[in-house]
Design a protein around this ligand. Structure first.
Ligand SMILES: [Zn+2]
Length: 294
């Protein structure tokens, strides 16, 4: 089992430990449960969807990286497929606070990057901040997304974000997590660039049309990709590097073990991820960033 889970796992009810141990036994546990695994754990432990998500929150929070706040937030996103995806807050020593990934952003991006098409609910161990409420308002699940918090009545995103401003106010009809392929191509054919291009082609940038994607390769040859997730209110947008770091962290890899990175952006776009990507990568000890435009 990945060492980050040891303390939280030991405090779970015995029946849940027994059901989860075979799934979490190896270091590369992907911090998600398939719908089939969810059903098996629910049956074995007598839990429903909400009580299982609450029970898993300490494991999600154990994935957090908080060198600045030391405040661990965990989130569990449940996809319409029935899969569960962990999320946690991730902070970066030596980078501005604006580069921080919130737990809800992490869980949402995690689900999206693993191919989930829409979310049914988000369970969080603390009430979502305003930034995350706005970030989640970009999702194709809309304000009906179920929000579950410990000790609170079941509610929806609409309850937590009344009189919301969102994509529809800007006449945007393609929402975050909708299936999309922008269809851009690139002459370079190395595997890392091809994966970054694939991420760009699935990115969500309806406001700027500055689609972008990142691919990271670790020293042991594993590749993690991230897609840009733009927001109607701009500032809660999640850059493609952050999305790739979400997948990397949730997969159990160490963000300080990046060997090289590729960022691909649109030609002629009126914004660029390059400077922020380079700076945050440098804070993580990686100086090897290749930049392409399509
Ligand atoms: Zn937040």
């Amino acid at each position: 089992m990945h060492p980050r889970f040891h303390t939280a796992f030991a405090e779970l009810p015995a029946s849940l430990q027994t059901a989860l141990e075979p799934l979490m036994r190896h270091d590369d546990f992907p911090s998600m449960l398939t719908a089939q695994q969810v059903d098996a754990v629910k049956d074995a432990c007598g839990l429903d969807n909400d009580t299982l998500a609450f029970a898993l929150l300490p494991l999600a929070a154990a994935c957090s990286i908080t060198p600045i706040s030391h405040f661990q937030v965990g989130a569990i996103a449940r996809g319409v497929s029935g899969n569960l995806y962990f999320g946690a807050n991730i902070e970066f020593s030596g980078a501005p606070l604006q580069q921080t990934i919130h737990a809800e952003q992490c869980a949402v991006s995690h689900a999206w990057l693993r191919g989930e098409k829409s979310l049914a609910s988000i369970t969080v161990n603390y009430t979502p901040c305003g930034h995350c409420r706005q970030f989640m308002n970009e999702l194709n699940s809309g304000t009906g997304l179920a929000i579950r918090l410990p000790g609170r009545a079941p509610a929806t995103l609409g309850d937590y974000l009344p009189d919301a401003f969102g994509p529809k106010d800007l006449n945007i009809t393609t929402l975050l997590m909708d299936t999309i392929n922008h269809g851009f191509t690139l002459a370079e054919t190395d595997a890392l660039s091809a994966q970054a291009l694939d991420a760009l082609n699935q990115s969500h940038a309806p406001y700027s049309n500055a689609q972008s994607g990142v691919a990271l390769e670790t020293h042991d040859g594993k590749i993690y990709t991230g897609r840009y997730a733009e927001n109607a209110a701009f500032n809660p947008s999640l850059p493609p590097l952050q999305a790739a770091l979400v997948l990397m962290t949730m997969s159990g890899a160490d963000c300080q073990q990046i060997n090289r990175a590729v960022l691909i952006e649109r030609n002629g776009a009126n914004l660029s991820q390059f400077d922020a990507t380079r700076a945050t990568l440098a804070a993580l000890g990686c100086q090897n960033l290749t930049h392409h435009r399509v």
